[in-house]
Design a protein around this ligand. Structure first.
Ligand SMILES: NC(=O)c1ccc[n+]([C@@H]2O[C@H](COP(=O)([O-])OP(=O)(O)OC[C@H]3O[C@@H](n4cnc5c(N)ncnc54)[C@H](OP(=O)(O)O)[C@@H]3O)[C@@H](O)[C@H]2O)c1
Length: 289
């Protein structure tokens, strides 16, 4: 496996696993292949993954229930990070659920479905704009989670889909151990935030590290991958590992083959000139955005 970075009280492998893809199509309902989903989780942990990202709103409940079935009783060194702040509609929509009582209910849903007494890390998923960070106070929500932490239901707090100002606002209320925003080779809006968090020793956990529902495609990426004898998505993962020491990866997959490919990315080394070429993908993307 690759190297480590602090997440809460534990050092975790920088190559982790994101469980969202284990639910049914559109992250709704049961998986197409339940035994394959359980096998992916078990092989991830057997291969050294000790950081899994989830939420009770994946499914809803499905992903957490799969994690519990596959992995409980949990290994001592496993850190499960969950997120609260949304609920799913009957039409699979993602709706804000940011009131203190909704956040409390979500924490209890996660405790019950994961089958634990305390959650390792809970991210407040801001929903000002569902698809991207947008300014606005998150003090009421984060204070509610800090109270649940004080009650002993949560060990550590994090944030998701937030701006730098919201990170600062939350840190004045309670310590923040990780920030989970969209970020990858082609989507680099958070470049400055990644670096600022690195200075503070706070983990940055990119969601959609492979591009999400439409995995990254670029001729530069494909050419470099061919030269290195790797897949384009492996190169995209190694670029993130090289980008900053505080980046923790949670690529999502429902496939054992893809899981193995993603974990094998840790062994790939990128020459410096390749990094320069890959950086141009993000610059071109921001010019054309
Ligand atoms: N905080 C938030 O708002 C938020 C939002 C989205 C996601 N997340 C978290 O971030 C994690 C990662 O995001 P994500 O899963 O949405 O996106 P992702 O990791 O960028 O990409 C997942 C997609 O890539 C495919 N894939 C994975 N490995 C592959 C490989 N080696 N070769 C080819 N295709 C591959 C997957 O399909 P297959 O299943 O077929 O492999 C899936 O379609 C999620 O699991 C979730 O825990 C958080």
């Amino acid at each position: 496996m690759t190297d480590f970075f602090r997440l809460g009280e534990r050092m975790v492998n920088r190559l982790g696993y994101g469980a969202m893809q284990l639910a049914g199509p559109g992250v709704f309902g049961p998986p197409k292949d339940r035994s394959a989903a359980l096998a992916v989780l078990r092989e991830a942990v057997a291969s050294g993954v000790n950081h899994i990202d989830t939420s009770d709103f994946y499914g809803p409940h499905v992903t957490n229930q799969l994690i519990r079935e596959a992995l409980s009783p949990y290994p001592d060194d496993l850190t499960i990070v969950t997120k609260v702040g949304a609920v799913r509609g009957a039409d699979a929509s993602w709706n804000p659920a940011q009131g203190p009582s909704e956040l409390t209910r979500a924490v209890h849903d996660n405790l019950r479905n994961l089958g634990v007494d305390v959650l390792d890390v809970v991210n407040l998923r801001a929903m000002g704009d569902v698809h991207a960070p947008s300014e606005g106070s998150i003090a009421v929500q984060f204070t509610a989670l800090a109270e649940l932490q004080r009650q002993g239901l949560i060990r550590h707090l994090g944030l998701s889909n937030v701006t730098a100002a919201q990170v600062a606002e939350a840190r004045a209320i309670a310590p923040v151990v990780c920030v989970q925003n969209q970020y990858n080779l082609a989507h680099r809006v958070d470049d400055a935030l990644v670096d600022d968090l690195a200075v503070e020793g706070i983990a940055f956990v990119p969601f959609f590290p492979l591009g999400g529902f439409s995995p990254l495609q670029s001729s530069t990426l494909s050419d470099i991958a061919a030269r290195l004898g790797a897949t384009p998505l492996q190169v995209a993962l190694v670029w993130l590992l090289r980008r900053a020491p505080n980046i923790l990866l949670i690529p999502g997959t429902s496939s054992l083959t893809h899981l193995r490919e993603n974990l094998a990315a840790a062994k790939l080394s990128l020459p410096d000139r390749t990094i320069t070429e890959l950086n141009r993908i993000g610059q071109t993307a921001s010019l054309s955005a």
